[in-house]
Design a protein around this ligand. Structure first.
Ligand code: ADP
Ligand code: MG
Length: 729
């Protein structure tokens, strides 16, 4: 057996299992070995049937036999019956009025059942209406020897439980993995993490960790194995980012030099004084950009903290520099360096374009806009007060950009298409894109090895440990200060009985001409088959309800993630133009769109959201001179919920809230794989600052002495296989 062998070569699999394996991305022996259990059932927690006491609520593990459905004696209601056996004995199971339960299990299944021990008329005991906790949870062949004294004798700590999917049971996965381990392949695996590193952090070596992961002998074993793999994951992400960083920093950049008077003049034109945080960020970045190699920096700051103003200032610094004539080794006497500013949506790109016109109109330079739906240029000969720009053709715009005549180009992703060529690109600003990956970055590097200074900006609040990991390729600057004089958003936690009062207040505000967001946790009504427990308000139903019963005199619009981007843009335009009064939406409105007249936000089912997400949603109403209000409608009355939500009234910024999320709800709250490309296991490390810093230190040390990983061939191979987006030249 080899790690890279196809699983089907060694294991007979049905068509359904093949499909299920593909769904989980499990193709090779290696994939299977790295499909880790989500948890272990602890043998010591297992109640033996022999010890079951009448009246007690228990969880029992055992094998199902004598399964049948029959009509109850008097009522004739169908009921399910079975016998549950473990090594200590057996007990009857009855599902009254729940005959379907008998169809959810099969004869011979090993299950975990939770229910109450009851007494029947004849003095016997049975397990009454148990809930099916786990089906096929236990490896059936281990079953006989693993309860009570047997388990202790065998020295086994718990059964691994794997995430199942239709057609693939935890039991099948368990057996497959155990056969792989039994083949001896694991013992011979060479570790790609150096032994010294493992010793330093007291982590088990690869072969041990794999065995402990899938068949731990103790809780400590399981913990140690998990720790090793979560460390390993964070380490490799950091290593990839550090290498990416090195690869980018070797490029040449145009040094951006500034004159203090000149900068003071630009900043002095702002209708406000910069915050200290803004000043500090600008100074740091001007220093970064003055060198011959690119800056690579992330600017984190809450919505409204003034990131755009910082970006404009840096853009100004860049365009005040003449390009360098390399043939002569001197600055040219004409033209200017160029700036690209990329936004995630057309609406945002257009908003930045309009802001930049205000910031740059006194300079006489041109600003261009490129999006999927067209191109614009400022200034124009046919200018009017309302429309200071003109539509131009893409071809014309690209020609001017390539010729260096348009110093600032703002746009969406269209900005980094191949056809867009800059003459002297000195600075690339990327707004609110979680990762500007290697491939995208590469498009900015010229044939001659010129790369722009890179400024990424984000308002997405994440804990420091997560930032250090996923943005390991960037230096960090934080705007942790809001402009003075900004009215804080009045935030209220609203319990169900106060709903009416809030609606009346909102009606009064709408009458004054304001607009409102209503955020719901779901798009549609819950699917009764799938999520019986979910009562969350849905966008479609809530919009209907508001329209008919609450605010019939106002226009209600809908926005959610299943709509096409064009449709979403259209709705936002309508809202922006105040043809919609109330926008009922899912959390898609998160990404910064500026509707200054929208000063009210209601968040339904607020307890379902993380604090930092609530904070971001609330950020939608920060832009106005009018007082803004945020109402958090909670569905539960629990004090714990209310306490958690209260942090939104007291925390200074989103970063503080994200740290709270991490502490209170765990790393899962931060949305691992999907949002940040880290597995649940890797996210376990995010809670541990020491572990993240250790991984960072180790990765930095390796990259410093061996950036091409020539002396770490095995590590390089693993890194490539992990496809963490780095690409060696
Ligand atoms: P962000 O991009 O971080 O959300 P912006 O740069 O768009 O924030 O700024 C939000 C608003 O605050 C804009 O209207 C901007 O002109 C204004 N602003 C920026 N910096 C300051 C400041 N230091 N004092 C007052 N207002 C500011
Ligand atoms: Mg912004």
């Amino acid at each position: 057996m080899h790690l890279q062998d196809d699983l089907t070569k060694h294991f007979r699999t049905s068509e359904d299992q093949k499909k299920a394996l593909a769904r989980l991305g499990l193709k090779t022996v290696r994939d299977m070995l790295y499909y880790f259990p989500v948890r272990y059932t602890n043998v010591s927690e297992i109640k033996l049937i022999r010890d079951a006491v009448i009246g007690e609520s228990v969880t029992l593990y055992g094998r199902i036999t004598k399964l049948k459905v029959r009509k109850a004696f008097k009522s004739k209601m169908p009921m399910g019956e079975a016998t549950l056996e473990d090594t200590s004995g057996s007990i009857g199971v009855i599902w009254f009025n729940q005959a379907y339960m008998a169809k959810m299990v099969h004869e011979g299944d090993t299950v975990e059942l939770s229910g109450k021990i009851a007494e029947d008329k004849k003095g016997g005991v049975y397990l009454s209406n148990p809930e099916l906790k786990e089906k096929n949870a236990l490896p059936i062949d281990m079953h006989g020897s693993l309860f009570g004294a047997g388990a202790e004798a065998a020295g086994v700590f718990g059964f691994p439980i794997y995430r199942e999917t239709r057609g693939l049971t935890s039991r099948f996965i368990y057996h497959t993995v155990q056969k792989i381990i039994a083949s001896g392949i694991v013992q011979n695996l060479e570790d790609y993490v150096p032994a010294e590193m493992l010793a330093k952090y007291k982590l088990p070596r690869l072969s041990t960790a794999l065995v402990w992961m899938h068949a731990p002998q103790s809780d400590n074993n399981a913990q140690a194995a998990r720790k090793r793999f979560s460390f390993e994951e964070v380490f490799f992400i950091q290593l990839a980012r550090k290498i990416e960083r090195e690869n980018y920093l070797v490029n040449k950049s145009y040094p951006v030099l500034t004159k203090p008077d000149d900068m003071a003049d630009f900043v002095g034109r702002f209708p406000f004084k910069q915050t200290e945080a803004q000043e500090k960020a600008i100074a740091t970045m001007l220093a970064d950009m003055s060198g011959p190699h690119p800056m690579a920096r992330l600017l984190e700051g809450d919505v409204g903290s003034g990131k755009t103003a910082v970006a404009a200032t840096l853009a100004y610094a860049a365009i005040k520099n003449r390009p360098i004539d390399f043939a002569k080794g001197a600055r040219q006497t004409f033209g200017s360096l160029q700036v690209a500013y990329m936004a995630p949506t057309e609406i945002l790109a257009t908003q930045h374009f309009e802001n930049f016109i205000q910031y740059f109109k006194h300079t006489g330079i041109s600003v261009g806009l490129i999006t999927g739906s067209g191109c614009r240029k400022f200034p124009t000969k046919v200018a009017s007060a309302e429309v200071p720009w003109t539509n131009i053709s893409r071809t014309q715009l690209l020609k001017w950009v390539e010729g260096g005549e348009i110093p600032i180009l703002i746009g969406t992703h269209a900005l980094i298409q191949k056809s867009v060529k800059f003459k002297h690109l000195a600075l690339a600003i990327i707004d609110e894109q979680h990762r500007f990956g290697t491939m995208q970055r590469k498009k900015l590097v010229t044939k001659e090895g010129f790369a722009p200074h890179l400024l990424s900006m984000t308002a997405t609040p994440i804990p420091r440990t997560l930032a250090l990991t996923i943005y390991g390729d960037l230096d960090l600057s934080i705007l942790d200060q809001m402009p003075v004089g900004r009215k804080p958003i009045i935030t209220e936690i609203v319990l169900p009985n106060n709903r009416e009062k809030v609606y009346e207040f909102i009606r009064a505000q709408l009458k004054e001409g304001r607009q409102a967001y209503v955020i719901c946790p779901r798009i549609n009504e819950p699917d009764p088959e799938k999520e019986l427990a979910v009562q969350a308000r849905s966008v479609t139903a809530e919009a209907e309800h508001l329209r008919e019963s609450i605010f019939p005199e106002y226009t209600v619009g809908i926005l959610h993630s299943k709509m096409t981007p064009a449709k979403k843009d259209e709705v936002m335009e309508e809202f922006s133009a105040h043809r919609i009064d109330i926008l009922c939406a899912t959390s898609v409105v998160e990404v910064g769109v500026n509707v200054p007249n929208a000063t009210l936000i209601i968040i339904e089912g607020a307890e379902r959201f993380g604090l930092s997400q609530l904070h971001q949603l609330r950020g939608r109403v920060i832009r106005s001179n009018h007082q803004a209000y945020c109402y958090l409608f909670a569905e539960t009355k629990s004090d714990k919920t209310a306490d958690r939500l209260k942090a939104l009234k007291t925390a200074k910024n989103g970063f503080e809230l994200s740290e709270l999320d991490l502490a209170l709800r765990g790393a899962g709250e931060l949305g691992g794989t999907k949002q940040w490309g880290i597995t649940d296991l890797g996210m376990e490390a995010i809670k541990n600052i020491k572990m993240v810093e250790a991984a960072r230190t180790e990765a930095a040390a390796i990259v410093q002495t061996d950036p091409g990983l020539t002396k770490h061939a095995h590590m390089k191979k693993i890194l490539d296989a992990k496809s963490l987006e780095i690409h060696f030249e």
